[in-house]
Design a protein around this ligand. Structure first.
Ligand code: UDP
Ligand code: MG
Length: 340
């Protein structure tokens, strides 16, 4: 009786949840005003329709920007009681900025969305609807990649296929535009790792989920903060945080090469004994030696990636540092946190 009562109470809470939208920003001064206006309009519209509670809010996380992003967030939050800002003391990376938002958001459900509004704000109402129907996580999934450059499309899709091949559960064409319920966030915050790769961590939680598809537009202002080198580092974090298969593949390749070497050795021995050995060519010898040298260096590099990440994990450094808050809605509890 008690159980069904609390279950129905939970269901009734979902009729009009408090929603928080978390927006990570790194040097996004050019995009912020429009983004804030667009998200505020979206929240007001949902509130009018009775889909979300009046206390729903937006948190901009300034990830250590070097331009006027923080000044802009402060100005927006002074004018709107819905908007709050958190400034991180240094650039901690997109994933850590998202985590800071998830930790500080005080809501029943939190949606994370990029500051450049490439993700479709119109999909937010569908996400909220899926949440009200019981989904703990709602993934925003891109319908197609025709607004990406050729390079980005090939590398991104190749990466999703590679992750699947390595046995990692990722949602194809889903990045970090998603809704998470309080329950899912609480579960996620129990993961203490510093090498964050949220798009694989969230599916790992295993809660009931739903998918909302949308078409992603081009970035209208500013530039992508993901340089090819950053993308590569992010991809390596994803692979090394979730799959041991590269290490196993190296073991298998090593075993196969050693077995082949043993067979060739056997053949050479027999040829020498039967007197049918011809003078060995230096070119083929050089080729084998340099190939194996390269393969060994590559293998050491892969092992090094894992060791490096273990090194970072063992340090247990904080994942981000908060420098300042802004916004009238910031209550005493949150101010106390910064003094701690
Ligand atoms: N971002 C961040 N910290 C960083 C890099 C990016 O908070 O170190 C934010 C950025 O401001 C944006 C989001 O992460 O809101 C996604 O970045 P971007 O749009 O540059 O990536 P892309 O869409 O090109 O993959
Ligand atoms: Mg973008």
């Amino acid at each position: 009786m008690n159980g069904s009562k609390s279950a129905s109470m939970q269901e009734s809470l979902r009729i009009c949840p408090v929603l928080c939208i978390v927006v990570p920003c790194f040097n996004e001064e050019a995009a912020l005003e429009e983004t804030a206006a667009c998200l505020e309009a979206c929240l007001s519209d949902l509130e009018l329709k009775g889909s979300i509670a009046a206390s729903s809010s937006i948190i901009f996380i300034d990830d250590g920007s070097t331009d006027a992003t923080w000044t802009s967030i402060e100005a927006i939050s002074w004018h709107s009681s819905r908007v709050q800002g958190i400034r991180l003391a240094h650039n901690s990376g997109h994933q850590n900025a998202l985590l800071a938002g998830l930790e500080y958001a005080d809501a029943d459900a939190v949606i994370t969305i990029d500051a450049d509004l490439q993700d479709d704000v119109g999909a937010i109402s569908e996400m909220v609807a899926a949440y009200c129907e019981g989904a703990e996580v709602v993934y925003g999934v891109r319908e197609c990649r025709d607004t990406d450059t050729r390079f980005k499309r090939i590398t991104a899709e190749g990466f999703y296929h590679c992750m699947r091949f390595l046995g990692v559960n990722v949602i194809f064409n889903h990045a970090d535009f998603r809704l998470m319920s309080r329950r899912a966030i609480t579960a996620l915050l129990r993961y203490p790792e510093v090498n964050l790769f949220l798009r694989a961590m969230v599916p790992m939680l295993g809660f009931r989920s739903a998918i909302v598809t949308y078409s992603r537009s081009r970035r209208l202002v500013g530039e992508s903060k993901y340089t090819p080198l950053r993308m590569l580092s992010f991809a390596l974090t994803g692979i090394t945080s979730f799959s041991l298969r590269p290490l196993r593949l190296i073991t298998i390749v090593g075993f196969v090469v050693a077995a082949m070497a043993a067979l060739v050795g056997l053949w050479a021995g027999v040829a020498a004994l039967t007197g049918s050995a011809s003078t060995p060519g230096w070119a083929s010898l050089l080729l084998v030696i340099s190939f194996l040298g390269g393969a060994q260096l590559f293998a050491i590099g892969v092992v090094g990636e894992y060791v490096g990440r273990i090194y970072l994990e063992t340090k247990r450094r904080p994942r981000y540092e908060v420098e300042a808050f802004s916004g009238v809605a910031y209550n005493k509890v949150k101010l106390d946190r910064i003094r701690e």
